[in-house]
Design a protein around this ligand. Structure first.
Ligand SMILES: [Zn+2]
Length: 313
């Protein structure tokens, strides 16, 4: 059975695994991301590969990374978090480990992983939205990963949903990411707590009185415990997610939307408001099948499993 390595470069950790053609992880390793320099990140990936290759014979390596990846999948054209903009990490790692290496955007890898081995099994057309700090997305149409003309398709988080809205890290205003992501949750939760409303007591306690310390997972935990303010903040994010899905459906017509990241973990606290908003905004909604909106299944492993499979193709 052909084995490949999947590497997932995250903001704080680099995870790697040896993965078989059924998506099983046979061995996994994880190290802290060295954030000092791009050479150290390349070295860390090479070291991870060598460790994984010592016990298994592998045929190729896939690297999943945030950012914009070029069409031939060997260079990071823009890296929003780590100092990797312009890095030809795919080529550099390939030269040093003497194996074919391909590079792909992390949200695309997660979408492929869920399509092949997770929540998207049995469907040919899926859109995955990864609701974390930001909002990543990946698209599979007719059983193929949508790459686009320049390698940059499926940046749904930067679809403008509210013209002249909130300023986004990408430089534009009103991107979906600013309304349906962890950033949106924390912004809304912090401003609600700062308003001094008595309804913010639970959130104020969760952050020990310091609204700047509030995080998306804190809001989700408070909502799961029944805090009405947190439930409403999550519902607001879910509503915008649903509006975004309706716009996506107008172009891509997927059979399902898979929601991953913290948004998937929040379950129906986000997914039900998303379903309601999606149906409300869907074009010709009374005359068409309605796509399902479901939580992802592979958790944090989706990117690693997905890119290992893409490297096999
Ligand atoms: Zn943006």
């Amino acid at each position: 059975m052909t084995l490949t390595i999947g590497i997932d470069i995250g903001g704080t950790k680099i995870a790697g695994g040896v993965i078989d053609s059924s998506g099983e992880i046979l061995q996994r390793e994880r190290i802290e991301s060295p954030s000092d320099s791009r050479d150290q990140i390349v070295q860390a990936v090479v070291d991870l590969c060598h460790n994984l290759m010592s016990d298994h014979e592998v045929s190729a390596v896939g690297i999943s990374s945030a950012g914009l990846i070029n069409k031939v999948r060997n260079q990071i054209l823009f890296s929003p978090n780590l100092d990797m903009t312009g890095s030809k990490i795919g080529e550099e790692v390939s030269t040093r480990i003497q194996l074919p290496v391909m590079l792909e955007n992390d949200a695309n890898c997660a979408a492929w992983g869920e399509f092949k081995f997770g929540a998207g099994v049995g469907y040919s057309n899926i859109v995955m939205l990864t609701v974390g700090t930001g909002l990543g997305s990946g698209v599979v149409i007719d059983n193929k990963l949508l790459i686009g003309g320049f390698g940059m398709a499926a940046e749904s988080g930067h679809m403008v949903i509210k013209p002249e809205g909130q300023l986004c890290g990408c430089g534009q205003r009103g991107c979906l990411e600013q309304y349906a992501s962890g950033q949106a949750l924390t912004r809304n939760a912090r401003s609600f707590v700062a308003s001094g409303s008595p309804g913010a007591a639970t959130l104020l306690k969760a952050c020990n009185g310091d609204p700047t310390a509030l995080t998306g997972p804190m809001v989700t935990a408070a909502a799961a415990d029944g805090d009405p303010a947190s439930i409403s903040i999550l519902a607001e994010a879910g509503k915008w997610l649903g509006y975004g899905m309706a716009a996506i459906a107008a172009i891509l017509d997927p059979e399902i939307f898979v929601v991953g990241g913290g948004g998937g973990d929040a379950g129906d606290l986000i997914l039900q408001p998303a379903r309601d908003a999606f149906e409300q905004r869907l074009t010709a909604r009374d005359h068409r099948p309605i796509a399902q909106i479901i939580a992802a299944k592979l958790g944090n492993d989706a990117g690693m499993i997905g890119v290992a499979d893409l490297a096999r193709l």
